[in-house]
Design a protein around this ligand. Structure first.
Ligand code: NAG
Ligand code: NAG
Ligand code: NAG
Ligand code: NAG
Ligand code: NAG
Length: 282
């Protein structure tokens, strides 16, 4: 028995398949996705809202998100929503493990040609620990000279900005008089009687704006020492520029060498900050 219908159907089916393949090949919108914008690692404040961007070509690519290796589900205790191709977190949480938003995020883009993952982006919470406790410090300075007031910044993510207050008022470091060194220590140049008072160090987390103030204080007295500096060698944490000061109680961390002859020279290293002759006056 002849069954021309079946042959015809096979031929038609084959033609249709060839047509589809050709259309796909010639229009070929599909290519391996490429990222125009990827999510990036960041430190995020508690309760902040975050949008992780993901822009891909071709625009027909399907975009999904992964959090710690699992597909992101919208809603739920983690509060994810997907807006276009971006991932939005309305309220960044890190307190409880089961709904914490801290972790690794990846954008996954897929076309018929293949699938590409963005580089992993880590979102972590801000941290600002307390200052380590230490003893109050009394320092004597000399009019016209410089002094370094120590500050050991607390653990912070990202790194804290350091400020100092004098008698409870934050000092402005816009003039040459004060300089906050990269270590966090404060350099005061050309001391005057107005520099006397009680200093505290303040650390500010630049992302959360949270701040902490050192519990210990530094009391600075400034005097007019007319005595000439003759020879002074000192290995300790704190720097005094005149003879006779009692430095035996402070633990050695930095070092200071001062020789006064006709041409005084001074070298100081305080926690990696190198200070040079310019701070030695008169
Ligand atoms: C140091 O301070 C005194 C008093 O304020 C001022 O007269 C002098 O010009 C200052 N010296 C330098 C080098 O800034
Ligand atoms: C800070 O307080 C001390 C002690 O009360 C005082 O002698 C000093 O003049 C004050 N300094 C400033 C700049 O207010
Ligand atoms: C530290 O935080 C308190 C409380 O938020 C704020 O009142 C104060 O102005 C902050 N201080 C600094 C130096 O940012
Ligand atoms: C410091 O003492 C010297 C010598 O007595 C004097 O010449 C100088 O004017 C004094 N400086 C200040 C700022 O009082
Ligand atoms: C500062 O000067 C005062 C008075 O001259 C003295 O009693 C004290 O021991 C000095 N402090 C230091 C740390 O040298």
């Amino acid at each position: 028995m002849k069954r021309p219908g079946i042959n015809r159907m096979l031929v038609e089916g084959l033609l249709l398949w060839i047509l589809v393949v050709m259309v796909k090949a010639t229009t070929s919108e599909d290519s391996l996705p490429i990222f125009l914008e990827e999510p990036e690692s960041a430190v995020i404040s508690h309760h902040a809202s975050v949008t992780l961007p993901c822009k891909v070509l071709p625009s027909s690519a399907v975009v999904r998100w992964k959090f710690n290796g699992d597909s992101v589900k919208e809603g739920g205790s983690k509060g994810f929503s997907i807006v276009g191709t971006n991932l939005h977190i309305a309220n960044f949480k890190h307190k409880r493990k089961q709904d914490s938003n801290e972790g690794i995020y990846q954008c996954i883009a897929e076309t018929s040609v293949g699938r590409v993952a963005s580089r992993p982006a880590r979102l972590s919470k801000t941290v600002l620990k307390r200052f380590q406790s230490r003893e109050d410090l009394r320092l004597n300075g000399t009019i016209g000279y410089s002094i370094v007031l120590p500050c050991q910044p607390p653990i912070s993510s990202p790194e804290a900005n350091i400020l100092f207050e004098l008698n409870g008022t934050i000092i402005s470091t816009s003039s040459d008089h004060y300089q906050i060194l990269s270590s966090g220590n404060l350099l005061i140049r050309n001391l005057t009687l107005n520099d006397q008072g009680t200093y505290r160090c303040i650390a500010v987390n630049p992302v959360s704006n949270q701040n902490r103030t050192s519990s210990h204080i530094i009391s600075l007295s400034v005097r007019n020492y007319t005595q000439e500096i003759r020879h002074f060698q000192y290995h300790g944490e704190y720097v005094n520029e005149y003879p006779g000061s009692d430095t035996s109680q402070v633990p050695p961390v930095g070092s200071c060498q001062l020789h006064s002859t006709d041409t005084p020279s001074l070298q100081i290293t305080v926690r990696g900050d190198s200070l040079t002759n310019e701070i030695l006056k008169s």
